[in-house]
Write a protein that binds this ligand. Structure first.
Ligand SMILES: Cc1cc2nc3c(=O)[nH]c(=O)nc-3n(C[C@H](O)[C@H](O)[C@H](O)COP(=O)(O)OP(=O)(O)OC[C@H]3O[C@@H](n4cnc5c(N)ncnc54)[C@H](O)[C@@H]3O)c2cc1C
Length: 458
């Protein structure tokens, strides 16, 4: 029987939700208050506590640390620039875009190094990222992406033909692959829970089961009291619309995953995947996967993308249709694994800003800081955001506070029902484009996808 929801497979594997930490016991004072205990909040707390051990740091979390996307993701620690580099060429010039890419490359190693130094075992293997094409139109996009990547320094991509791709990971129907080395596989919840242990050891206070209803200069208001602090940092990502006055800042988009039971060695002999690369594809409604440390396949993609009115989450419970669609695609990719049961299915929410550009910033006048909008690429970026927020709070003039995403603000999302209609339209168009391309009816990107790109502002 497939387990549905229960936050995520990753948390189930660690024995379920951790024992709850104490809620906020009434109003308190702090030097820094962080709202949200996902990777963004935890990394920010980590770097602040390391830099200035006497800071009084309080983290407020509505459920438990790692409850959100940080405890549910596909475990791609990779160097993606959310929304692409071109936006930074337009806003800040090419050098700034290159600096941003380099910072993300370095951040992949920073996470790996800190985990090693602090004793966090998160099943990390740096095997690179492989994205495959399974149709002529996908191959055309792969080639265009390869050309674009090669025009930038430090992207280090390798373009592979069908045989080279199959010798790395044998995916049925793959006609080519694009690989780069700046990516590692991680176990989402092990990274979150490891970070919790480390920050608590450094003296950070985390209050769980404490929902912040409103953030304003100098205070975070909760149902259990108010935390007053000169710096209040919002790290609430896809849950941000629940905060007073922030309903249209990001759009909470769902992503869903399944994990198989462990595959026997004989099937792994057929599939390969010895390098533990993270695996994706060039479909419009793309998939993402990893081979887990205990030899399962964890496989994700878009399910029901968006709930009307920015309603957020039901502990990861996933639509049966989504589980069916992901299971079918997994079996299409890996026919050898078609008899392996699906052990678990779950979903989580991403934060999508109106321009798909992640951002981090702090307003010195109010002491209010924020980071997020990573869409599906936050595992690495949250570390860079946490380091940046720490530097901004401490008033340090470092290279990373000058990166082009610092201080960026996207415009707000439309009101309902426009928001709902736009997302339904975008994903219907992407799915339609994938169907056309899969049937070989288009050797280039099918037109509905181009329309969807325009509506979504990508
Ligand atoms: C299914 C899925 C797969 C993904 N796969 C990948 C991947 O492979 N690679 C990648 O790079 N990215 C991936 N992502 C995205 C990535 O996981 C996120 O970008 C990243 O974890 C964001 O971290 P965060 O701390 O900003 O947000 P979250 O982890 O969502 O943390 C926000 C926290 O704030 C708390 N909170 C929210 N509102 C309040 C409030 N009002 N009061 C108190 N607490 C509050 C929440 O409970 C939550 O714990 C995926 C996301 C999902 C959902």
């Amino acid at each position: 029987m497939t387990i549905n929801g229960e936050v995520s497979f990753w948390w189930s594997q660690l024995g379920g939700a951790p024992a709850p930490r104490t809620p906020l016991p009434g109003s308190r004072e702090a030097d820094v208050c962080i709202v949200g205990a996902g990777y963004t909040g935890l990394w920010t707390a980590y770097y602040l506590a390391r830099a200035q051990p006497d800071l009084r740091i309080i983290v407020l979390e509505q459920r438990f640390a790692g409850f959100g996307a940080s405890g549910r993701n596909g475990g791609w620690l990779t160097n993606s620039v959310t929304g692409g580099r071109a936006q930074y060429v337009r806003s800040h010039g090419r050098d700034a875009a290159v600096a941003h890419q380099r910072a993300l490359n370095e951040t992949v190693d920073e996470v790996i190094d800190v985990a090693a130094r602090e004793g966090i075992d998160a099943d990390i293997v740096k095997g690179g990222e492989l994205n495959i094409a399974r149709s002529p139109a996908q191959l055309a996009r792969l080639r265009a992406a390869a050309d674009d990547e090669r025009s930038w320094p430090d992207t280090n991509v390798e373009e592979w033909d069908a045989a080279a791709t199959a010798s790395r990971i044998s995916v049925a129907g793959a006609v080519g692959g694009l690989w780069h080395p700046h990516a590692a596989r991680i176990h989402a919840a092990k990274l979150a829970s490891g970070l919790v242990t480390v920050v608590e050891r450094l003296g950070v206070t985390i209050h769980e089961d404490t929902r912040v209803t409103e953030i304003s200069s100098g205070r975070a208001v909760t149902d259990r009291g108010t935390v007053r602090a000169p710096f209040v940092l919002r790290a609430t990502e896809g849950f941000t619309p629940d905060l007073r006055g922030q309903h249209r800042v990001v759009l909470p988009m769902n992503s869903s995953m399944i994990a198989t039971e462990p595959l026997p060695a004989a099937i792994w002999d057929e599939i390969g995947w010895d390098g533990r690369d993270v695996l994706g594809d060039f479909a419009h409604v793309y998939m993402y996967a990893q081979r887990t440390a205990d030899d399962r396949i964890a496989f994700g993609g878009r399910g029901v993308p968006y709930r009307y009115g920015s309603r957020v989450d039901a502990d990861g419970r996933t639509h049966r249709r989504t589980i069916g669609a992901l299971s079918a695609l997994l079996r299409e990719f890996f026919p050898a694994a078609s008899e392996i049961p699906i052990a678990h299915a779950w979903s989580g929410v991403l934060g999508v800003p109106r321009d798909w550009a992640a951002a981090v910033g702090m307003d010195a006048a109010t002491g209010l800081g924020w980071a997020g909008g990573y869409v599906g690429t936050g595992v690495t970026a949250t570390n860079l955001a946490g380091r940046t927020l720490a530097d901004l709070v401490l008033g340090r003039d470092t290279d990373i506070v000058r990166l082009p995403w610092v201080g960026h603000r996207a415009r707000r999302w439309e009101i309902e029902p426009l928001r709902w209609l736009a997302v339904q339209g975008i994903y219907a168009a992407y799915r339609a484009a994938d169907r056309v391309e899969d049937h070989g009816r288009s050797a280039r990107t099918a037109w509905p996808a181009a329309v969807a790109d325009i509506i979504s502002g990508r």
